[in-house]
Structure formats: C-alpha cells, structure tokens
Write a protein that binds this ligand. Structure first.
Ligand SMILES: O=P(O)(O)OC[C@H]1O[C@H](OP(=O)(O)OP(=O)(O)O)[C@H](O)[C@@H]1O
Ligand SMILES: NC(=O)CC[C@H](N)C(=O)O
Ligand SMILES: [Mg+2]
Length: 501
C-alpha cells in the first residue's frame, strides 16, 4: 500500500498536498513526492524518506500551482531507489504525472507491449511507471490537441482493458486537470471530496477519507470499482464507469491493519470494523474455552488497540496498556528488510512490568504476518513476569502472498505458511494462540450497516480475485522480491536516477 492524493484548488496547493501526505504517512514511509502544475510547467520534488524529511522550505517554495498530486511510497515492485519514488512523469502527450497505490500482476507483458508496440521507454523497474505509460498511450491514441473528459475516460477504459492487478491512481494532465481511477475490483481504496473557499470549490482525491477530514474537505464518496473521476483545472467534476465488468472486492487487510481507524472505506468505518473484530474474537475465545483464566487483555500498540478494547469488554476482563510505544518509531511491518523490522520492535515497544507480573495475560494483535512482533513481545511479557502468555490475532492466519500492493511476496517468510495454529503457537512461544475465523472477519467488515459481500482475502485463503495469479507468477515474484533478492536489487538500482532537486 501507498498513499495517493490529488487536489484541484483555487490557490497554491503545495501546503495542502504536504498536509495530506502527512496524514497518509502510515501507508508508506519509504519515499514521498509532490508535483504541481503552473503556467504549463511542472514542479516536482520526490525522494526517499518521510514527508517531513523530503520537503524542505526551499522545495515547498518551488512547488507552485493550484493543481497537483502527491504520493507516499511503500515499495512492492522494482526497488526502493529514490528513482522509483513517485509521482512519475512522461512528457507525451500533454505532460502527464501519476501516483499509484497497488501492484500490477501483468507487468512483464505490459512492459513488452509498451516497448514493442507503443514505442515507449520506461526507465525504472517500477510497475507504476509502466501503468503511467499505458495510460499515456491510451490518451495519445485519441489524437486530440485538447483532450475532453470523453478522451480521458476512454483512456481509463483502455487501462482497464490492458492492466491487471490492484490500482488506485491519481494522474495530472498538465494544463487540463486531475483524474482518479480505481481498478475493476476496487482492491485498493480511493475517495474524493470537496471544500468551499471564498475563491470557489476545491476538489481532492485521496487514498483515505481521513486526509479529506483533516484538510476540511467533505467526503463525496468512494470511487466505485472501475470508475474514474476527472476534475478539470477550472473546477468541473465528471465521473464515469470505465470498466466492462466491475465487481466490488476491496482488500480486507485495509481494515485489519493498513488504514487509519478514523477512515471510512467503501462506506465502512474502519474503527467500527475493528471493534466488531474484537467482538467476534471474544465469542471464539468463549466458545473454545468458556472457563478461561485470562486475568488481563493487553493490546500491542498501535493498530490492535481498537479490537483489543472491544474484546476485553466482551470477555468482561480488564483491559490494560501493558506496552508503551515510542512515538518516534514508525510502523515496523512496512519497513524494508527483516533486520530493520526486528530491531525496531524492541526499540518501539517496552513493557510496564506491573501489568504482567504473576498474571495470565491475553495479548492481542491485529495480525501475525512474519511473526517478528509477536515473538519478541511474548518474550518481553515473560521477562516482565507473566504467568501464562496467551496470544490472539484479530485476523486469520496469513498464509499466502499478497500481489496487489502489500509487500508480502514470499510465502516462506510468513510464519503461518504451511503450519497449523499449534505449530505457530510453539514457534512464537505462546501458551495458547487463537486466530480469528475468516467468515467472522468478513462479517466484521462487511456485515455492519453497509453490506459488502466480496473481499480480496487472498492472504488468508489464497484466492486471487483478478483470476490471473498462478503458481508460475507467484514463484516469479517470490524469487524477485524475497528479502535476500531485494538487498541485491537495492545495490544495483541505487545508481539509476534522473536529476531531481
Ligand atoms: O508478524 P509481523 O510480521 O510482525 O507483522 C504484524 C505486526 O506488524 C504490524 O505492526 P506495525 O508495527 O507495523 O504497526 P502498528 O504500530 O500500526 O501496529 C501489525 O500491527 C502487527 O503488530
Ligand atoms: N504499495 C504500493 O502501493 C506500491 C506502488 C508501486 N507498486 C511501487 O512499488 O511503488
Ligand atoms: Mg502492530
């Protein structure tokens, strides 16, 4: 997952884009970028690092213009070289820049087509640069000096016909406007909204509604699967369904971990969904061990707090903050490389001994992926004097790779891959381990006021909604993106870069 944002404003949008990216920082900590457009010129700043580190005052001053897009990156393709930071730019037609959240599954075929048939050059290994070139080609073949919304929507339809995988996109067509679109399964999230100013109405497109809230925009709605929204530079908004067979199947892991709890996704409150996860998990605990001896429920900050609170309420057991989080350390799961992740867990979380000593503690996390966090946390709970350490996960066991924008390419790096619950419990050192059941998770997210029937649950059930993901593909991405190969890719790609300062 990455964070994307686009604004068509009535005054300079640099500060709003910066603020929105800060709000979306939890979706990507590796690189950040903003491009604005003014008087037919583009102004770009992108680099590796957090938003607050990438943009110095001198960069902000140069980012002039009332229209712009931005990105925070968590790499899932190519490398984490700064050359692959987004937005990407292509000069023809019109000058188009693009920011992408997701991952394409047919990138090899597209790269070939782009070079051999579309006669285009791609300078990095990023799937997002490929996606930009497909969009640019589809717009170029319309052959218009001044593209209309019909041309833009036809180009998006062309992208849907050629690209496979997960993609939520914002793209800026220099001098014309900003377009946002979502893949036909709506795997990755994207919303749009408006804000009234004295100069007129401003529009914003973003990954999560929380970015709109914080900037004083009102949410209009989520983009439907396959739908596009096009806002012209003079502030006219158009929407169109551009896919032949759209089917809403959003990524359920957004609700488990990726999204902020104060976001609404496809009409569902992430916070409420997490509360319901806690409730369902409590029911399962009571079913499995009605006479359990849990003294205290302790969340593993940050993401599991919401479900842990509700779990404790439903069990009728005390809820205690047993771990304190260092607020200056980011999210560990989305860090590149296992060594950094391992080290960060200990730096990030520290136990309050009093809450553990002599007690049977139920630790709650939103998910167990590689097992990096829970292994260390259980150890810490024991060192703090816990009598028994029980562990539960608000999500089912993560057993399969993700190919739609979450960097879990290698099944062998997943602690539950090919293992039973008991085997995982032993490996992480838990006295009792409970996973949420998948139907309960689906019900927790899709069974509230707003009903959603289909989700992309691939990491839990190995079913890939786009229908094109097979063993051959999975083996290929595992080879290309396991921790060991990534380390080599970084070294090689660090030298490819275009001037950008
Ligand atoms: O099994 P693992 O591979 O360790 O991955 C799962 C853990 O990683 C995430 O936490 P993270 O520190 O990224 O973010 P958070 O502060 O939002 O919980 C998630 O919330 C789990 O705690
Ligand atoms: N997490 C994402 O959405 C990644 C976007 C894109 N595939 C990249 O690697 O930059
Ligand atoms: Mg966590």
């Amino acid at each position: 997952m990455c964070g994307i944002v686009g604004i068509v404003g009535k005054s300079n949008v640099n500060q709003s884009l910066y603020d929105a990216l800060t709000v979306l920082q939890h979706r990507g900590q590796d690189a950040a970028g903003i491009v604005t457009s003014h008087g037919g010129r583009l102004f770009l700043r992108k680099d590796n690092g957090l938003v607050r580190d990438v943009f110095q005052q001198r960069h902000m001053q140069r980012l002039v213009g009332q229209v712009g897009i931005g990105h925070v990156r968590y790499p899932t393709a190519g490398s984490s070289s700064s050359a692959e930071a987004q937005p990407f730019y292509v000069n023809s037609p019109y000058g188009i820049t693009l920011a992408h959240n997701g991952n394409l599954t047919n990138v090899e075929q597209l790269s070939r087509e782009i070079y051999e048939s579309d006669l285009r050059h791609v300078n990095t290994n990023s799937d997002s640069e490929v996606l930009l070139n497909v969009f640019a080609h589809e717009l170029a073949v319309r052959g218009k000096l001044q593209p209309t919304e019909e041309d833009v929507f036809a180009a998006v339809a062309g992208v849907h016909a050629r690209c496979k995988g997960g993609y939520a996109v914002v793209a800026m067509i220099t001098g014309y406007g900003v377009v946002g679109f979502r893949d036909p399964y709506a795997i990755r999230p994207i919303v749009f909204g408006h804000r009234h100013t004295d100069e007129g109405v401003e529009y914003m497109i973003a990954s999560e509604s929380v970015a709109l809230d914080v900037l004083g925009f009102t949410l209009i709605r989520d983009l439907a699967p396959g739908e596009a929204v096009y806002i012209t530079e003079d502030g006219n908004l158009h929407t169109r369904q551009c896919a032949a067979n759209p089917q809403l199947s959003p990524c359920i892991f957004e609700h488990v971990y990726l999204a902020r709890p104060d976001s609404l996704m496809d009409g569902v409150s992430v916070y409420k969904a997490r509360l319901r996860m806690g409730e369902k998990l409590a029911e399962k605990i009571l079913r499995e061990r009605p006479d359990h001896d849990i003294d205290v429920v302790i969340p593993i900050p940050d993401t599991s707090r919401t479900s842990a609170l509700e779990l404790a309420n439903h069990l009728g057991v005390k809820f205690r903050e047993g771990f304190v989080k260092n607020r200056y350390i980011g999210r560990t799961f989305i860090m590149p490389g296992q060594a950094a992740r391992k080290k960060s867990v200990r730096q990030k979380l520290n136990a309050i001994e009093l809450e553990f000593r002599g007690k049977n503690v139920m630790l709650v996390d939103d998910s167990i992926v590689r097992g990096t966090t829970c292994k260390q946390i259980i150890q810490m709970a024991r060192e703090a004097g816990a009598k028994n350490v029980y562990f539960c996960s608000a999500a089912p066991a993560v057993r399969y790779p993700n190919v739609y924008g979450i960097d879990m390419p290698s099944p062998h790096e997943l602690i539950a891959h090919g293992r039973s619950t008991e085997q995982v419990a032993e490996l992480i050192g838990a006295d009792w381990l409970i996973y949420q059941d998948l139907p309960d998770l689906i019900d927790a997210v899709g069974g509230g006021k707003v009903k959603i029937e289909h989700f992309d649950c691939a990491v839990f059930d190995g079913q890939y909604v786009t229908g094109d993901v097979n063993e051959v593909y999975l083996n290929k991405i595992e080879q290309a993106r396991n921790d060991a190969s990534k380390a080599t890719a970084e070294a090689v790609s660090a030298i490819i870069d275009l001037h950008n300062d």
